[in-house]
Ligand binder design. Structure first.
Ligand code: UDP
Ligand code: MG
Length: 316
């Protein structure tokens, strides 16, 4: 099979028939063998009834339906597990992404050799409250991830070589950082294609402003995982040692004070008024805590199923 189109959706009943017809038109015109996998993320409208009808009319339509709303990442992960096409294309259900982009995305994966091609909504039809924070978000994501050529990490329209979607695990809200996940998994050929974007035709956006806060937290998590995921002690040990050093210097300073101010009344005054006394206490306690966190991290890592899985590029 050439292409699997994975479509996560939550309450998009109005858009689905148009989307399916449009994808079908493109696929038939280009002669691709394909499947459309609708992942219904616990919609409370009639989306599932619409999908059932579409599946009756078009044998290329498949669907998975969650019992409740889990989020876009779980929906994508579930679609990825089922995808059979050589190239897997994800697309939002709200008609903001255009199926006309599919042939070129397919070509970039199969001929140009990309592992992943992300859409770039260069001209975006979304409210300013969304486009401005998104610019900042993408700039940060570029820096942290080291994927400098991407302008639009969270574009719903993306294409993947099948192996990529089978090797990455999209969970939580990590769909925003799939290129980063792919890079961490060892897929380096990450490209971008400018795509047409349209204003939402039906319904409303399913994401609020909280996504920016969560987005930054997730970026921190991914950064930590990629740097220290299987060696947490390298971070916590360093922090612990630094804290200990600060504590040690502070203790020595306090001791010198005692020697210099032999008079014990003066020393007591120095001790409780001295910043070094409190610094040594705080720094040493924090140091021990960092070390303990590191050891716990190492023990968890020791049992992580992923600790020894590597993507092999070549073997002779
Ligand atoms: N979506 C989903 N589960 C959710 C929220 C959204 O499957 O919990 C789907 C939604 O139906 C759409 C896609 O994810 O197909 C992108 O969502 P939306 O268009 O609301 O995001 P925006 O374009 O506003 O960023
Ligand atoms: Mg949308």
């Amino acid at each position: 099979m050439d292409i699997s189109v994975v479509v996560p959706l939550y309450n998009e009943e109005e858009s689905l028939p148009e989307l399916e017809a449009w994808i079908r038109r493109v696929m038939d015109r280009e002669g691709f063998s394909y499947e459309i996998i609708f992942v219904n993320d616990g919609s409370t409208d009639r989306s599932m009834e619409v999908i059932r009808r579409l599946a009756q009319e078009n044998p290329h339509v498949r669907a998975v339906s969650f019992a409740r709303n889990y989020g876009k990442s779980p929906a994508l992960n579930t679609g990825f597990a089922r995808a059979q096409g050589d190239v897997v294309i994800t697309m939002d259900a709200d008609l903001q992404d255009s199926p006309d982009e599919i042939p070129e995305l397919y070509r970039m994966i199969t001929e140009d050799g990309y592992d992943l091609v992300s859409g770039w909504k260069k001209k975006r039809y979304d409210p300013l409250s969304k486009t401005i924070p998104t610019k900042l978000f993408n700039a940060t994501a570029r820096r942290v991830s080291g994927i400098h050529n991407l302008h639009d990490f969270n574009c719903g329209l993306k294409a993947y070589r099948q192996a990529v979607v089978k090797h990455i695990e999209v969970y939580g809200d990590m769909h925003r950082y799939i290129p980063y996940l792919a890079k961490n998994a060892g897929y380096k050929r990450i490209g971008e294609k400018v795509v047409h974007h349209q204003a939402r035709k039906y319904g409303v956006s399913k994401f609020g402003l909280d996504r920016f806060v969560n987005g930054y937290l997730d970026l921190g998590t991914l950064w930590f995982q990629s740097k220290f995921g299987i060696k947490p002690m390298h971070m916590f040990g360093l922090l612990g040692s630094l804290m200990f050093l600060i504590g040690f210097i502070a203790v020595v300073t306090v001791l010198i004070m005692k020697i210099v101010a032999m008079n014990s009344a003066t020393f007591h005054f120095y001790l409780t008024k001295s910043v070094y006394f409190y610094l040594s206490l705080a720094a040493m306690i924090m140091g021990v805590q960092f070390f303990c966190t590191g050891f716990i991290g190492e023990m968890i890592t020791r049992n992580a199923p992923e600790r020894n899985s590597y993507l092999i590029a070549e073997e002779i």
